[in-house]
Design a protein around this ligand. Structure first.
Ligand SMILES: *Cc1c(COP(=O)(O)O)cnc(C)c1O
Length: 338
């Protein structure tokens, strides 16, 4: 038994998901005649109450397309210091869109309406034009924290007042939804665009969808082609996404429960300095100074547990569809003996 806590992207398709993929009806999506891709896009869009959707190979691509469509070169976007779009997308904001990011120090990855209001540049010729606000829900680098509806709405109000576009990096939006009383439709109402990953907690092997109004998605489709993301018989992959939306949302709660159980145990371990609050499926913790992260990871590996460092003394564990109760017990046992 191999226990992989590196990421929720490590899940492999289950037999029924594979069967759904195997029996997918397919066509050429560049000619816009891929029945299963069209079905997935419509399904995801309907769920969030958006007009249209676009299936893409990755969440990096959906985010980067959204930034490209919402901005002009020389513009500025606002996001949290820990944002995925800024830290983990290869410098794509500048590379793809010629845009710069103004980083706001949020609270556990969450920026506020006040911070945004104070960061918008006045319209002088010599200042960068602020045109876009991007938030992440749940916030990855910050440890899976989520926004409340009120916080997201306050940000929306500032964006609207100041003519800024509002993008949601919803790689793990369903993890947030399962812990809150807001629905996908509530979220769809306030964002100009939403990126949703199917290949994280939802357990699909590949893909993300980008949602927005028809005009936005038409532009996004062009950019996707330019970025090299125009796929052909992608219905085999989209079928996995449809299966994931139908079957793997509600169970995310189980991942959260396991993460919380694990975190509780870890708080009492002598070699762990501290564990960040655990709100969803991500546990970030710091090792004591006398234990090197490489050594800790190596020791876990001898027990068939995979983990990776997350900078300095930090390690990140992520629970997911392929992390069972049996694996949870084994992980606790190993940690207690380490
Ligand atoms: C994983 C992730 C993405 C997209 O990553 P890909 O690996 O490109 O699919 C985007 N945002 C956040 C917050 C993520 O965790």
């Amino acid at each position: 038994m191999i226990i992989d806590l590196r990421s929720d992207t490590v899940t492999k398709p289950t037999q029924p998901m594979l069967e759904a993929m195997f029996s997918a009806e397919v066509g050429d999506d560049v000619f816009a005649e891929e029945p299963t891709v069209i079905k997935l896009q419509q399904k995801a869009a309907a769920l969030f109450g958006k007009e249209a959707g676009l299936f893409c190979p990755s969440g990096t691509m959906t985010n980067q397309i959204a930034i490209k469509v919402h901005t002009q070169p020389g513009d500025e976007l606002l996001c949290d210091t820990t944002a995925h779009i800024y830290n983990y997308e290869g410098g794509g904001i500048s590379f793809n869109s010629g845009v710069q990011a103004k980083l706001l120090p949020g609270e556990r990855g969450r920026i506020t309406a006040k911070q945004v209001r104070e960061s918008i540049n006045p319209g002088f010729d010599w200042l960068t034009k602020t045109s876009l606000v991007c938030i992440e829900n749940t916030a990855n680098r910050a440890g899976g924290s989520y926004y409340s509806m009120e916080q997201m709405q306050e940000l929306y109000a500032v964006c609207k007042e100041n003519n800024l576009k509002y993008h949601l990096d919803g790689a793990r939006i369903f993890n947030a939804i399962e812990e809150n009383d807001y629905t996908p439709a509530d979220i769809g109402k306030i964002f100009n665009s939403i990126s949703v990953c199917l290949s994280k907690g939802l357990g699909a092997p590949v893909g993300s969808v980008l949602l927005g109004d028809k005009e936005f998605v038409a532009k996004a489709r062009r950019v996707r082609k330019v970025f090299g993301g125009g796929m052909r018989q992608a219905g085999y992959l989209a079928a996995a996404g449809i299966y994931a939306l139908d079957n793997n949302i509600v169970r995310l709660k189980d991942d959260h429960k396991r993460a919380k159980t694990l975190a509780e145990v870890m708080r009492n371990l002598p070699f762990i300095e501290n564990v960040l609050p655990v709100d969803t499926n991500i546990i970030i913790f710091n090792l004591n100074d006398n234990l090197k992260p490489e050594d800790f990871v190596k020791r876990l590996a001898t027990h068939n547990i995979k983990a990776t460092g997350f900078g300095k003394q930090a390690i990140r564990f992520v629970t997911h569809l392929d992390f069972t109760d049996e694996m949870l017990d084994k992980t606790i046992e190993v940690l207690n003996k380490l």
